[in-house]
Design a protein around this ligand. Sequence first.
Ligand SMILES: [Zn+2]
Ligand SMILES: [Zn+2]
Length: 285
Amino acid sequence: MVLKWDGHTHTNFCRHGSSSSMEEYLEQAIRLGFQRYTFSEHPPLPAGYIDDLPLMNQLAMKEEELPLYFDQARKAKERYEGRIETTIGLELDYLPEDPDFALRLVDKYGERLEDVVFSVHYLPGIGGNQCIDYTPETFMDKLIKYYGSMDKAAEEYYNHVEAAIEWAADLPCRKRIGHINLIEKFRLALPELDETLVTRRLNCILPKLAAAGAGVDVNTAGFRKPTCERAYVPEWFMGECLQRGIPLVFGSDSHKPEEVGSGWDWFEKTVAQASKRIGENLEKR
Ligand SMILES: [Zn+2]
Ligand SMILES: [Zn+2]
């Protein structure tokens, strides 16, 4: 039996999510029978990280909100003790210029993180750092035009993912790479990405994850995006992780309470099928 755990969720501190309270999210998780729930909000970004102030304000909370986030999360955790295990975390961006930026803020407010989802949401592009998951148009105009092709942009994305994994190896808490194939978010609206490139890069990443002691956020938000229609983690990759003992953690990436747990049935079924296959292969040997 797999622990019923939603390990990637957002809260009222997300400026591109809903204003529902943490309690509403937890109530929904309990209704669906979840045993563990992780708050993994986006922490503040360095000032001017993106050269677009209105967009910056949507992407992350302000520094003064971080202690309030921890405070509310701790209260919710205590209030729901015995009904659901709640863990306090963040979704840290890998920022190559200053990877420890958010960790210094966490230290400043004296918090100890229980869970970190570390993600690559930004790549250098035309006009500075650009979100890879904002719109297909900005991906085209600011990234594909910068790198020359979809495949070249994807190669650079996976370079950042690899650097993020190396950096995360030192984090003193449970950690997992967020939505490893986020680069596919607009796949149905952008030039086609070479599947063999994806397979090659993900295969090279497997030993790096194992060496870093990092898990995989099996992020189902892609199922909810009409430009993606698949999870951000391929099923074959999940099988490889199971084979190598790399933890798989379901993540709904919910930005509103109704999204909590969405895609869980697919996750549970895929893990069960892959585990069965591994068991059969072992018996054959
Ligand atoms: Zn978000
Ligand atoms: Zn994310």
